[in-house]
Design a protein around this ligand. Sequence first.
Ligand code: AGP
Length: 614
Amino acid sequence: MCGIVGYCGPRRVTPLVLEGLHRLEYRGYDSAGIVYPGPDGKLVKYRARGKLSQLEAVIGDALLSPATIGLGHTRWATHGAPTTENAHPHSDCTGDLVVVHNGIIENYSSLRLELQMRGHKFASETDTEVLAHLIEEHLEGDLPKAVRAALARVEGSYAIGVMWVKAPDMLVAARNHSPLVLGLCDDGGMFMASDVPAFLKYTNQVIFLDDEEMATLKNGSFQVTSLASGATLNKAIQTISWNAAMAEKAGYKHFMLKEIYEQPQAITNTLRGRVEVQTGEITIPEIGLSDEQLQKIERITLVACGTSWHAALVAKYWLEQYAQLPVEVDIASEFRYRHLLINERVLTIAISQSGETADTLAGIRRAKAMGAKVISICNVVGSTMTRESDGTVYTHAGPEIGVASTKAFTAQLTALLLFSLYLGQKRGVMSAERRAHLVKSMLDVAAVIETILPKTQAEIAILVEKFYTCKDFLFVGRGLSFPIALEGALKLKEISYIHAEGYASGELKHGPIALIDKEMPVLALLPLDDVYQKSVSNVEEIKARQGRLILIGSEGDEQLMAIAPDVLYLPKIDAALNPLLYTIPAQLLAYEMAVRRGCDVDQPRNLAKSVTVE
Ligand code: AGP
């Protein structure tokens, strides 16, 4: 999500920074910019919307500048559309200080208001720009000191690079919950970057900054200090043994696996700045609907395709329970052509990672034409869907490169549960205690997923040896686990090409049970929830017909081991959040199966990341 490259040293900076930005392209971006000192010492800034080639076209001959210090940035929009004005670097009022930033400043709106009241003029809609003005306020000749003082006011996540005209040979870097790494070259040159590939061609000697650390790079030497205490830190220099391709994936074999492992961060980022832990109060200012409009809603229609449709199926349970509203879920390609009964009291929620899916777009256009209000749950700022909706709840999952949607799905679930609780809060139909408990559980689930990931992957890899030659697979679940069974089946078929179906466990008897024999693998989701006993009965029926069961259930549930030899345990959490947790083994199963079968994990045959045709 966004890319930072900074350099100071003996070489010319512009080609180095641009090369570094190209190497970070895999992170996804929608605008880019670069800054370096011109011949008169003033900062020269170039920015462009779109791809780096557009920035290069704007830069032109400046590529030949003799400057040897500078910063570059690729932006993945989070606050403000992907325009040239919103592209980084951002400047203070004088234009003498610039900042590039990755992450989300949670308290930016209150800081912006405060700064504006003191006379600061803003030139963009970004959260980042407050940093430039905040640092400006603290500048008394000492740049690192001013950066530290400014960051003390900031809540949220950041990796930043800062330059100031009056410290012409210095770069300041700092991080909190967003990656930043320093690269140290033999010739005294030094890089800062969001990821190692940006400079791996020039050095493999790196220092990974940790949270709440700041680095000052100047004249071939560097100092790392604690943002909290100001004390100098002794950081270890590490030698990277990856090649450039490995480094882009941060050492993971595939983007899909990297994105599976990024889910705790995606969930945390989607909640960031929107929940108050103590009270369970939820704020979603970008919703685009007034409280009065929210009160008037009588029904909700959820519209989406593929994995996003599965998120909608989960959300139906949450919205009905917490917002107490009737909910319909539609596949967008069906919704757009069926006889709709929609009016201004029906809220349509479109769910899409890309925000460009043709059928979902057509669906929201129809709903709008019939007078409905439309909200998008979307991962791409400024995408067509977000522009055409009355409001958007962004999922801050960061760019998803693998065709199989993973972190976007869990971020969608997070946004949808958040929205369900928000509606419950606004409509006064759910208890504040229950809401506060669920908010806390949502914040906790990221850490739970973080802990189970490596263990679950190892267990699944063993399981896959038994099952990778199968031709068919069934996934079953009840209640909130039913859409996850569908999602597990979709993941498996799309990347491993194994025929797979998902069913509501209670539906087996109505047909699919005829498929069960000793060859048929059936993955059953069995969390300890309010339909647990019913699910166990269904699994017994599969066992009685010699189906090859894989059970996924709650830690401590020994009954499961008596039913089947292959059992995977997950921690017991509030049952409302099980979809977030039980998705993980399903994703990992599809991943490990695909790898074992030698499939192209990140770019499966016949599929596109964004389906922009009907
Ligand atoms: C999921 O793994 C697929 N890539 C696909 O089903 C996807 O979710 C669907 O095409 C919808 O895309 P969207 O979320 O970008 O609208």
